[in-house]
Unconditional design. Structure first.
Length: 263
């Protein structure tokens, strides 16, 4: 049984944040490797002296960014996600609510438009084929929301990989996990028929990368992300029983698109 100081009881304030920090430090300082088993939920509740709800929220956060993996019936394990030490604090801060949803999506837009342009300049033939395979998986999964969401994530990460900038890739990997969790929870729940439209706007991104056209790749990615933000804003509004305001997120998206123009 592990006896690390990171398993001592936790004071009441900021429980979820403190649990997250303890579990991350436990993994790092005990030099646990991907696949190593972590203490059970019951044991952690007792060792930390916290409630199950706070613990489960912390585990949800860590699972979203790949630090831990939970297998039903087997337990919790150290995750296999390749996140840099600089990306972890960023992801934890975002998930703890220190940044707004709009800022999160804006950060993703800045990263992904540039990564798409770099991919168009730098992708190898093998990487172009990898992007094509994920697009094909998306096409076949348009009526299967969870499978489609996984293929969508893999498509964007394949483009980021093809950009050949590891730091930007790590940052996007973090943001995509967080945004992907939000999309799955909000957009797919309230707008499960959006996949065919989503699939269509991915095609120009792939074609621009394949054709080695950085300008077109950046523009196509920006269009896709603007439409995603519109759907997300509409889904959140429906979830709260109100319509998007005329000067809300969708209007801001269209205005940004007009101001940005093709790059």
């Amino acid at each position: 049984m592990l006896t690390s100081q990171h398993l001592r009881p936790i004071p009441r304030p900021s429980l979820t944040e403190e649990i997250v920090k303890r579990l991350v430090n436990l993994i790092l300082e005990e030099r646990l490797r991907p696949g190593d088993k972590l203490p059970s939920e019951r044991e952690l509740v007792g060792r930390f002296s916290v409630g199950r709800s706070s613990l489960r929220e912390a585990i949800r956060i860590l699972n979203a960014i790949g630090v831990v993996e939970v297998s039903v019936g087997e337990g919790m394990f150290v995750g296999k996600g390749d996140l840099s030490l600089i990306a972890r604090p960023l992801s934890l801060g975002l998930l703890m609510g220190r940044q707004s949803r709009d800022e999160l999506i804006e950060a993703r837009r800045v990263l992904e438009t540039e990564l798409a342009g770099l991919a168009a300049e730098r992708a190898t033939e093998g990487e172009v084929n990898a992007i094509r395979r994920q697009l094909e998986t998306m096409r076949r999964s348009q009526m299967l929301p969870e499978r489609y969401a996984r293929a969508d994530l893999a498509f964007h990460l394949a483009i980021a990989q093809a950009a050949h900038n590891q730091l930007l890739y790590n940052l996007l990997h973090t943001l995509r996990h967080i945004v992907g969790s939000l999309i799955s929870k909000v957009v797919l729940d309230y707008d499960a028929n959006h996949m065919p439209q989503s699939f269509k706007v991915h095609i120009p991104i792939f074609e621009a990368v394949r054709d080695r056209d950085p300008r077109a790749a950046r523009t196509a990615m920006a269009v896709h992300l603007d439409r995603l933000e519109e759907r997300l804003t509409a889904a959140i509004s429906r979830g709260h029983g109100r319509r998007p305001s005329s000067d809300g997120g969708t209007a801001r998206s269209r205005q940004r698109s007009r101001e940005r123009g093709p790059r």
